[in-house]
Design a protein around this ligand. Structure first.
Ligand SMILES: NC(=O)c1ccc[n+]([C@@H]2O[C@H](COP(=O)([O-])OP(=O)(O)OC[C@H]3O[C@@H](n4cnc5c(N)ncnc54)[C@H](OP(=O)(O)O)[C@@H]3O)[C@@H](O)[C@H]2O)c1
Length: 297
């Protein structure tokens, strides 16, 4: 008999891609997608009861308060959703004896390393978002046996407000864009990440895994690539330091992942970010037109 898979955060940027991938990869399973309208994970009793009633075999938890600067301004909400909300999901998963998959972030690290981060590196978040997500990881480890924690970074995708859409929108309005040049990471396409999560589930992976598209760059180089690939070379890109930008949340200057563990477990290596970007732009050029596109974490 097929299993029940519950995806929480199903209407978010990753959630929408993941819903499609899970449904097409696990044809024998019933995949149920919930978001804030169906379950507010901050509400312990209500959310635990609702999950227990469904009795899922697998819970994939990608819901979060992802506005990194918003988290800095509203620490209480950040911890209520990302940490305590995750605890509630983990508690329910443990009561159902369900497998739990939790999405976490590169912002659990401080960026002081000079070579790619491995899963066993000591976390040391610099901002509220990173601290709240790290506490979520700790709850997952505390409450469920054999949980899967997938850390990822710099997401963009078809369905959400994101950096790529933001650059394209601004490039239509301005002659020059200022973009930070002192933060390094790997832009990751949600469609690729969704497939990797599904493969990790198929391999019954447990523990922490770093998952990102290959190669790395700065936001500045990413911005330039977006403009080049979109034929908007006439728009100038001006490098800016994080200090000059002065955003409320401090970001790590270096958050490149070593994804060797994913390769060893599943054989999977995500394609270079530039290839994924090309694919994304070719597929969705006509639809990238978000009204406001904050970078999320
Ligand atoms: N975006 C990135 O660059 C990035 C990087 C590293 C890790 N991650 C992690 O990857 C996961 C997916 O990220 P994403 O960018 O796809 O996020 P997203 O687009 O912001 O989606 C998250 C979803 O969770 C929902 N949600 C928020 N609060 C909730 C609550 N209390 N109860 C139930 N649902 C709630 C959101 O609803 P509303 O939109 O109505 O709030 C949204 O639909 C998250 O766990 C995030 O922390 C993201």
């Amino acid at each position: 008999m097929g299993r029940i898979q519950l995806l929480i955060g199903a209407k978010g940027m990753l959630g929408r891609d993941l819903m499609g991938v899970l449904r097409s990869s696990f044809l024998d399973d019933e995949v149920v997608g919930w978001d804030i309208e169906e379950i507010d994970i901050q509400k312990e009793e209500e959310s635990v009861l609702r999950i227990e009633k469904l009795q899922p075999d697998i819970v994939i938890h990608v819901a979060a308060y992802t506005d990194v600067d918003g988290c800095e301004r509203n620490e209480e909400k950040a911890f209520a959703v990302n940490a305590e909300g995750t605890k509630n999901v983990a508690l329910a998963a443990s009561r159902c004896r369900a497998k739990l998959v939790y999405l976490s972030t590169d912002y659990v690290f401080d960026g002081s390393k000079t070579e790619p981060y491995v899963e066993s590196d000591l976390p040391h978040p610099l901002n509220v978002y990173g601290r709240s997500k790290l506490q979520g990881e700790q709850y997952v480890q505390e409450w469920v046996k054999n949980g899967l924690i997938v850390r990822t970074q710099w997401l963009y995708g078809r369905y959400g407000k994101n950096f790529v859409a933001s650059v394209l929108r601004q490039a239509r309005e301005k002659k020059a864009l200022s973009i930070v040049n002192d933060q390094m990471g790997s832009p990751t396409y949600t469609a690729d990440l969704a497939k990797a999560i599904s493969v990790l589930i198929q391999f019954n992976a447990q523990g922490i895994f770093h998952v990102a598209n290959s190669d790395w760059c700065t936001w500045f180089a990413f911005g330039q690539a977006i403009l080049n690939l979109s034929g908007m070379n006439e728009v100038k890109v001006i490098p800016l330091s994080s200090e000059e930008l002065g955003r409320p949340a401090v970001r790590p200057s270096y958050s490149v992942f070593n994804c060797q563990k994913l390769k060893e477990k599943t054989g999977l290596v995500l394609r270079p970010w530039s290839e994924a970007l090309k694919d994304y732009l070719a597929t969705y050029r006509l639809t990238i037109d978000g009204p406001d596109n904050r970078e999320k974490g």
